[in-house]
Design a protein around this ligand. Structure first.
Ligand SMILES: C[C@@H](C(=O)O)C(=O)SCCNC(=O)CCNC(=O)[C@H](O)C(C)(C)COP(=O)(O)OP(=O)(O)OC[C@H]1O[C@@H](n2cnc3c(N)ncnc32)[C@H](O)[C@@H]1OP(=O)(O)O
Ligand SMILES: [Co+2]
Length: 134
């Protein structure tokens, strides 16, 4: 069911510093900061030849990554995102398998303009999983 690795997300305490580090120290192709108010984050995408890295910083009062950054003040890998062909079929299959789909259970539009869903990290070996319809 899951396909390509769409991105690996890293929560960072200082978005500008992290973006600059990827640009100048790691020599990566770094995009501009993008506010995603529906998701409570500001993101910077880094294009790699085979996938993307998503740098995440909290946006607004109720950011879903605030608790994670409190526990990991210097940052850390926050989630991985797999592509699926049919997000509603994937969701129904996962729910039937007993996995917890986060939020309302309805896909939201993600940072690439495509529907996304999140699965509880405790159901996937301690790793928060995002699904994006390719
Ligand atoms: C823009 C979009 C895109 O790409 O298109 C995005 O990615 S938006 C990316 C931001 N959006 C999201 O993350 C949406 C989905 N996330 C959520 O709903 C939330 O972040 C949760 C995953 C439910 C965690 O919420 P919160 O931190 O408030 O809960 P909590 O502190 O009670 O955590 C419950 C347990 O899960 C652990 N936990 C929390 N976040 C975790 C993470 N990212 N990876 C692994 N474990 C994690 C905590 O340490 C705790 O474990 P212990 O009990 O053992 O201490
Ligand atoms: Co993401």
């Amino acid at each position: 069911m899951i396909g390509r690795l769409n991105h690996v997300a890293i929560a960072v305490p200082d978005l500008q510093a992290a973006a600059e580090q990827y640009r100048s120290t790691l020599g990566a192709k770094v995009g501009p900061p993008q506010d995603e108010p529906d998701h409570g984050v500001t993101v910077v995408f880094i294009d790699l030849p085979n996938t993307k890295i998503e740098l995440l910083h909290p946006l607004g009062e109720a950011s879903p990554i605030a608790g994670f950054l409190e526990k990991n003040p210097s940052g850390g890998i926050h989630h991985i995102c797999y592509e699926v062909d049919d997000i509603l079929a994937a969701r129904d299959h996962l729910k039937a398998s007993g996995a917890r789909v986060l939020g309302s259970g309805e896909p939201k539009i993600g940072a690439h303009g495509k529907p996304v869903l999140f699965l509880h990290p405790k159901d996937f070996n301690g790793c928060l999983v995002e699904l994006e319809q390719a």
